[in-house]
Design a protein around this ligand. Structure first.
Ligand SMILES: *[C@@H]1O[C@H](CO)[C@@H](O)[C@H](O)[C@H]1NC(C)=O
Ligand SMILES: *[C@@H]1O[C@H](CO)[C@@H](O)[C@H](O)[C@H]1NC(C)=O
Ligand SMILES: *[C@@H]1O[C@H](CO)[C@@H](O)[C@H](O)[C@H]1NC(C)=O
Ligand SMILES: *[C@@H]1O[C@H](CO)[C@@H](O)[C@H](O)[C@H]1NC(C)=O
Ligand SMILES: [Mn+2]
Length: 605
């Protein structure tokens, strides 16, 4: 299928094109890097229902799911032979050092057709050697740390897969073998969750016998899902620590020792790597940002949020030190084996995937452990734009059942808040038996969710008793402050604060929290923001990523009903030009009715 003739003939030309392409890529990447660090990024999270993982339009906000099953029934002309064939045929330099692979025009059609099988560019993946090199993306200081191997717990690497491509699966395996200190690798455990591909059966059994690291394959006859498959692997593991990886990752140099060192220091630490991006089309390795931490929104969707100023200052004191994160993405982490079982493994009442990352995050934090991100550990993960996933039970029902369990067991009053605004989760709740997990919580004497919010994530944007929660209504217009919904709605430029007719059904869009410090915020960590000092007034008010700065402080004057900016004394007002795009402004406080706002509290429990 691959004819090297023309390739070799124009090798020079291709090299030149490749070089130029890479230069362009680096420039684009550097620029977006700089943008990210300078501006306060507006968290432009597009709500993607049930989407497992994605890279947003700027390539930064990423959600890690776990493993994907491939629903190949819907692929046109997907004959069984094509799907069952292993077409791995490496070209020596393809993807070298994390560079992108470029498919020649003559192969584009084929590459597009087989893209559907795994929802990534399988043709490109199959050209990249299993042992391709990757750049060392760590900060320089990392190279001098983590040398005390003898004290670190040896790792059992656990990789669950379902219909994974050969090349991505074994590039994961080889990246572990080639870039982990031998002394730290106990074994690799592959868990096959009922894959249907021929090449993942006997050929795989034969292949792993020859690997230089002891490698086991465990197989489930029926589809059991991520939680159960990982439990299956964990029970078989001999290592003192468990390291979970997705089946389409590539580890970089230094990744393992920096994950294990914090466990050696404190066995109740759960350690996540920085997750870099493997492009689903070119397989280019793209370094991602270290200045994010993981948390979740009102719908219990996992999100990356930028660190607040206080965390940034703390991090700057020692840029290599692992930092706390309220939640983990779930796909990749290391944990002491003993501790994993001590705190109750995974919730085996959960199906397939979804929500188990929050469950383990809450459990670890609330029951005395901690979850950290190790900035010296970089692992690439293949992010797909679409998740070609059908699974037993239906995606919605499964996900909501799992999230209902999380809310019921760990979230106390904030579980009520979740159910209040999520009908599907509320329905799923009735069917859950969580007795065992509640017992576990009692046995481990775990802290409340209030403790978690106050101590682990004080920057959270959930309602509390001491915060206002409800609608903010303009007296003159009789309309409510709303959260911008994003690009989709053309008449609301993303980021500009605005008001709209108060609807009572789509509740959370018009619900805001106002803290005692005067921060007005809403779901997904966005805050009402205006310039601190202005020579003249009339400045646009935006809804931006919460930064904890004084730009985002307001005072509500109950008597005059004005919302006054804390630093410049101007009043929140509706633009007089009346075009919707102008939205809200700050202007001189004059007592006009457009500057009067009613805070309408709404019960949240
Ligand atoms: C990868 O493996 C091939 C075949 O075993 C070998 O020829 C090549 O040198 C290896 N490449 C690297 C970067 O280790
Ligand atoms: C920074 O953190 C690393 C990793 O925890 C640690 O080994 C190192 O000693 C720290 N450096 C300083 C200057 O505190
Ligand atoms: C929505 O409106 C109905 C009546 O129109 C009212 O009974 C109900 O309380 C409102 N719900 C909320 C949450 O405001
Ligand atoms: C706001 O008030 C200040 C001082 O009272 C005045 O100088 C300024 O022109 C006013 N701005 C507007 C837009 O009315
Ligand atoms: Mn994944």
């Amino acid at each position: 299928m691959l004819t090297p003739g023309p390739y070799r003939r124009c090798r020079r030309l291709w090299q030149a094109i490749l070089f130029l392409f890479i230069c362009a890529l680096i420039i684009v990447w550097k620029r977006s890097n700089r943008l990210e660090e300078k501006s306060t990024p507006s968290n432009k999270h597009v709500f993607r229902h049930n989407q497992e993982e994605y890279v947003d339009h700027r390539g930064v906000k990423v959600i890690v799911g776990h493993y994907i099953g491939n629903a190949v029934e819907n692929i046109p002309n997907a004959d069984k032979n094509v799907i069952n064939r292993n077409n791995y045929s490496p070209m020596p330099d393809a993807g070298k050092n994390g560079f992108p692979v470029i498919i020649e025009p003559k192969d584009l059609l084929v590459s597009q057709q087989i893209f559907q099988i795994n929802r990534f560019n399988l043709l490109a993946s199959d050209r990249i050697p299993l042992n391709r090199t990757l750049p060392d993306v760590r900060r320089k200081k990392c190279k001098f740390l983590y040398k005390d191997y003898n004290s670190y717990p040896k790792a059992s690497i656990i990789i669950v897969f379902h219909n994974e491509a050969w090349s991505t699966l074994f590039r994961t395996v080889w990246s572990v073998i080639n870039r982990s200190p031998e002394e730290l690798l106990e074994e690799i455990i592959l868990v096959d969750d009922a894959s249907e591909r021929d090449f993942l059966r006997d050929p795989l059994d034969e292949y792993i016998k020859k690997l230089p690291v002891p490698t086991k394959i465990l197989r489930s006859k029926t589809r059991i899902g991520l939680v159960h498959a990982r439990m299956m692997g964990s029970r078989e593991a001999k290592g003192a620590s468990l390291v979970f990886l997705d089946a389409h990752c590539e580890c970089t140099i230094g990744w393992l020792e920096s994950l294990l060192a914090p466990i050696a220091e404190d066995r109740t630490t759960v350690v996540c790597p920085v997750i870099d991006i493997i492009n689903d089309n070119t397989f280019a390795y793209i370094k991602s940002f270290e200045l994010h931490w993981g948390a979740f929104n009102w719908n219990l969707q996992f999100r990356w949020y930028t660190l607040g100023n206080r965390e940034l200052q703390k991090r700057k004191q020692n840029i290599t030190r692992p930092f706390h994160t309220p939640a983990m993405a779930g796909g990749l982490f290391a944990i002491s084996k003993e501790y994993f079982f001590e705190i109750g493994g995974y919730d085996e009442g959960m199906k397939i995937w979804g929500g188990e990352n929050l469950e383990i995050s809450f459990r670890v934090w609330q029951c005395g452990g901690k979850v950290v991100i190790a900035p010296c550990s970089h692992v690439g993960h293949l992010f797909r734009k679409s998740s070609p996933y059908t699974f037993p039970g239906g995606i919605g029902e499964t996900l909501y059942s799992n999230l209902a369990r999380v809310a019921m067991v760990w979230m106390d009053e904030w579980g009520d808040f979740y159910f209040k605004f999520n009908n599907e989760a509320r329905k799923a709740k009735e069917l859950q038996d969580v007795q065992q997990r509640i017992k576990l919580r009692d046995k481990l004497k775990c802290q409340s969710f209030r403790w978690y919010l106050e101590n682990i994530w004080p920057q959270h944007f959930f309602p509390t008793e001491s915060r206002f929660f409800g609608r903010i209504r303009n007296l003159e217009k009789d309309q409510c402050l709303i959260k911008p919904i994003g690009k989709e709605s053309s008449n609301q430029p993303m980021g500009l604060a605005n008001i709209n007719i108060c609807v009572n059904k789509s509740l959370t869009v018009e619900m805001f929290v106002m803290t005692e410090d005067g921060i007005i915020m809403t779901d997904d960590s966005v805050c009402l923001d205006a310039p601190e000092t202005t020579v003249n007034s009339l400045h646009k008010v935006r809804i931006m990523a919460c930064s904890g700065t004084r730009r985002q402080r307001w005072k509500y004057n109950k008597k005059t009903q004005e919302l006054v900016h804390a630093t410049n004394g101007f009043c929140l007002d509706v633009s007089s030009s009346k075009t919707f795009e102008d939205g809200l402004i700050i202007s001189n406080c004059t007592g006009v009715r457009t500057q009067k706002w009613i805070l309408e509290p709404h019960p949240w429990k």
